[in-house]
Design a protein. Structure first.
Lengths: 295, 253
């Protein structure tokens, strides 16, 4: 495989992990986070610094990165998740900017705006693709569990959710922790793959990109999120011939989908063994109907 | 000893005294109805008992447990089940999942077990599904399990809300205008249905209702509210002949 194709696959897989990391939070629980890339930054930087400065091996590096992202999410989540969801969205955006500002400021440790370089190349395409698949499976398990149901109930109607014994605040905190740790893991993989990171990679454009991808694919559909993450990270590469116009074409495509399919590309459709079976039965039934018509 | 004992609760919204020192007792297996003209504070009483609001005064004792200062979530876990005046079903969940949500807080597995599909998560999921299906069967909606609530006719949506509240096995089930928007035929069905549920779920029923045919048919005891104040308590027959109630509803001669 050409190195271009390999890197395309890898970056798509990283985007998939990123988009899937906000799916339980924004898609299921209805909390908009415009600062999820901050946790990716934390994961990436902590893992990178551990490797560069402390010469640690890959697994402890990523693990410490994930745990740090989780810890920060708890510190941020405890006061902010009590707020109404729109205020939470605002604060999450501030968080994204604050983290990048901190990374720029503490240049002795982080390399500042110049970025952190010489990170060892610990992970390759295979590890990242496998990680993406495992994380999709984990999030799918979450969605189908009682926790996924409670998330949807909270998104639909918080007051009603409370009157069915759901502890809304602690549930939101758990989901926030869960999604932040996935984003942190995503950051760790990213750092060890591209070997150079700088704060501008994790700004709010990255976070909002993930939210847009999520909406594009269908807010309630994990399958949709994965497909749209792959599609929208591959598409710009195929529009390269149009150089300047490709961003315009890309935006128009997203606007068209959001305008004509507000529920997203796949809506609530979820790919599973059952849905494939159903599809098969439907086509069979249609054929059967045709036969009956002729006799 | 009464199952639910409400002792002088009140609530003030700005300058409006929505409820003033309201007391009531609800016994197991009995139906208590709250009636009164619009704006009499009936729904506020419901919101106070289910802890959506905290009362300014008084106490609420459920089965010997003081729930006056509890959060809404904890009150629900103690055994307060309720429906809402405007239907509040979880629209993106299927009928079955709506009922399952009501059992989810009892789930005996942590989130870590759930996301890694540990054996305990299968077990708890299976138990919840069975319980929800059994509940749907009892209310006669098992065949609609995979529908979305939005596709159901109005009467069935109301019934689903009741089924969802019953799935929590509440000690007291509170229904806020269960007959609103139902046609006369559905109304008869509702009365029979509620009487049936009362026996099957071994609970007490507290209802707010405007339809007098329903209230008089099903109520064991009726509280009449007007402008936040309690003006009468009694059996349906007593209420029908109570002069204060007639004044509140029909005006003075």
């Amino acid at each position: 495989m050409s190195s271009f194709l390999l890197s395309l696959i890898t970056f798509s897989a990283i985007t998939v992990i990123g988009v899937v990391s906000i799916f339980p939070l924004t898609g299921l629980t209805g909390l908009f986070s415009f600062g999820q890339a901050a946790y990716m930054a934390i994961g990436a930087y902590v893992a990178g610094i551990c490797a560069v400065q402390l010469n640690m091996t890959v697994i402890p590096c990523i693990l410490i990165g994930v745990l740090t992202a989780g810890l920060v999410s708890i510190i941020i989540g405890i006061p902010t998740l009590k707020l109404r969801t729109d205020y939470f969205a605002l604060i999450s955006m501030c968080l994204g900017e604050a983290i990048t500002a901190i990374l720029r400021k503490f240049s002795t440790v982080t390399g500042g705006a110049g970025g952190l370089s010489n990170i060892p190349n610990y992970v390759g395409t295979t590890a990242i693709v496998i990680s993406a698949i495992v994380i999709i499976a984990i999030v799918a398990c979450f969605k189908n569990s009682s926790f996924g149901r409670m998330s949807l109930a909270i998104k639909n109607d918080e007051l009603a959710a409370k009157s069915f014994g759901i502890n809304v605040y602690s549930h939101k905190l758990k989901v926030y922790l869960f999604t932040s740790m996935i984003a942190g893991y995503c950051g760790g993989l990213y750092a060890f793959y591209i070997r150079f990171i700088d704060p501008s990679m994790f700004g709010w454009t990255k976070s909002s990109e993930w939210v847009i991808f999520l909406f594009f694919g269908g807010i309630n559909s994990l399958t949709g999120s994965v497909i749209s993450a792959i599609l929208l990270s591959v598409l710009p590469e195929f529009l390269r011939f149009a150089t300047e116009a490709r961003i315009v074409m890309y935006s128009i495509l997203i606007l068209l989908v959001i305008n004509f399919r507000p529920q997203g590309l796949l809506g609530e459709y979820e790919l599973s063994l059952e849905s494939i079976k159903k599809l098969f039965h439907k086509s069979k039934k249609l054929q059967g109907g045709g036969n009956n018509g002729t006799t | 000893m009464a199952l639910l004992k409400v002792n002088g609760i009140s609530k003030k919204f700005g300058g409006v005294q929505a409820v003033s020192t309201f007391s009531m007792e609800v016994e197991k297996g009995k139906v208590v109805a709250i009636i009164g003209p619009n704006g009499a504070g009936k729904t506020t009483i419901f919101n106070l008992i289910s802890k959506v609001y905290t009362s300014d005064t008084g106490s609420i004792i459920l089965d010997g447990v003081d729930i006056t200062r509890m959060s809404q979530t904890d009150a629900a876990r103690q055994g307060i089940g309720r429906t809402f005046q405007n239907i509040r079903l979880f629209s993106t969940l299927s009928v079955l999942d709506n009922v399952k949500v009501a059992c989810d807080y009892k789930a005996k597995c942590s989130m870590v077990e759930a996301i890694f599909k540990a054996p305990r998560s299968f077990k708890s999921e299976k138990a919840i599904t069975q319980e929800a299906l059994r509940n749907l069967e009892i209310v006669g909606m098992a065949d609609l399990a995979n529908e979305k609530p939005g596709n159901l006719p109005y009467g069935l949506q109301r019934r689903l809300e009741i089924a969802r509240a019953l799935a929590m096995n509440p000690k007291v089930l509170m229904l806020d205008e269960p007959a609103a928007g139902l046609n006369p035929e559905e109304c008869f069905g509702l009365v029979d249905f509620l009487k049936d549920m009362l026996v099957k779920f071994d609970t007490a029923l507290l209802i707010i209702e405007h339809r007098m045919d329903v209230v008089m048919n099903i109520g064991d005891k009726i509280y009449v509210q007007d402008f936040g104040k309690n003006i009468a308590v009694g059996t349906p027959a007593e209420i029908q002949s109570n002069p204060a109630v007639l004044v509140a509803y029909l005006g003075e001669e």
